[in-house]
Design a protein around this ligand. Structure first.
Ligand SMILES: O=C(O)CCC(=O)C(=O)O
Ligand SMILES: [Fe+2]
Length: 318
């Protein structure tokens, strides 16, 4: 028989339902909303290595749509177990080789299914140790991932916290006239990894113009998406704009477009829309990429930090 891919192997090896000790009892799971925070719920009592019931997965999906990030505590998984758990929630995000993203490999042009987000050289060193500006993963692609999971394996003593922003609350806080105006706009977010590929040595995040004026060159392909995105499950609207990528409003005046975007970015990053996660080893954070942004604090380069990310495929934003 031919060798299996990592993903097929993961499903092949996943716990069978007749092994009672490997089947999660849904009654053991507690989902606690973070009522004092802008978003998020903590999931206790779930062991992601185990087989999950349909009811449990449905409950988690509903909780994700409502709270936008789910924080699973005390996990201990290998890559195959992690893939088996993540793929309950959708297909693994696998962009084409024509779309560079974080961790796209030189030979295949595509990223691995499990991306090491780390400054530990030799374990994959994607994203380094610097600050990461607030972004939605893969927003610059034709079909951005609907969500991602980050699993904390090794953490620094200082820094490296990740924050998530509730873009639905940010949209709802705008006045009605502004909402109406924004509802009709399309935004192009240019792929920072195209620029990074052209200028080897940059990370892909940051170091790009914040807004493209029409007399400036276009770097990479343009995929216009709505500036105000509707959440597929809840129908709620969110402001889908990141902090630092080069963007452009379609059919809009350069000067007023760049000013509008700058003021919306300032609005989005307000502390009342944000939750900062203080990582503990064994945490998995699963976020809805359709209605959140995330950013990261820097940490000292001589301290190691290793998290593993799995992104799940999504549809065309609307
Ligand atoms: O390192 C982090 O905390 C976040 C990295 C990130 O943006 C990602 O994995 O999508
Ligand atoms: Fe990210």
């Amino acid at each position: 028989m031919t060798a299996l891919t990592q993903l097929s192997q993961a499903i092949h090896d996943a716990p069978r339902w007749h092994q009672a000790e490997q089947f999660q009892d849904g009654n053991e799971i507690r989902i606690e909303a973070q009522h004092d925070q802008a978003l998020g719920a903590v999931v206790y009592g779930l062991d992601a290595r185990k087989a999950q019931s349909g009811e449990t997965i449905y409950r988690l999906k509903q909780a994700l749509a409502e709270h936008l990030i789910l924080i699973f505590k005390h996990q201990s998984l290998d890559d195959l177990q992690y893939l088996a758990f993540a793929s309950y929630f959708g297909s693994i995000f696998r962009p084409g080789a024509d779309i560079p993203v974080l961790a796209s490999q030189d030979d295949t042009g595509t990223p691995p299914d499990v991306v090491p987000v780390s400054n530990a050289v030799g374990k994959g060193d994607y994203t380094g140790h610097g600050e990461l500006a607030a972004h939605a993963d893969h927003q610059w692609t034709p079909l951005p991932s609907f969500g991602s999971l980050l699993y904390a394996i090794e953490l620094p003593q200082d820094g490296g916290q990740t924050s998530w922003y509730n873009t639905i609350k940010a949209y709802e806080a705008l006045d009605e006239a502004t909402q109406k105006h924004l509802d009709q706009l399309q935004l192009i977010t240019y792929n920072p990894f195209v620029r990074a590929k052209n200028n080897k040595g940059t990370t892909g995040y940051g170091a790009t113009p914040l807004y493209r004026f029409k007399d400036q060159p276009i770097v990479g392909h343009a995929y216009p998406h709505p500036l105000v995105r509707t959440h597929p499950e809840s129908g709620r609207k969110g402001l889908w704009l990141n902090e630092r990528s080069e963007v452009e409003l379609v059919h809009y005046d350069d000067q007023s477009g760049s000013e509008l975007i700058a003021s919306l970015r300032e609005h989005l990053l307000k502390p009342e829309f944000r939750y900062e996660h203080q990582w503990e080893e064994g945490d998995i954070v699963f976020w809805d990429n359709q209605a959140t942004l995330h950013s990261r604090r820097p940490f000292p380069s001589d301290q190691r930090r290793l998290l593993k990310r799995i992104s799940l495929a999504g549809g065309r934003p609307y």
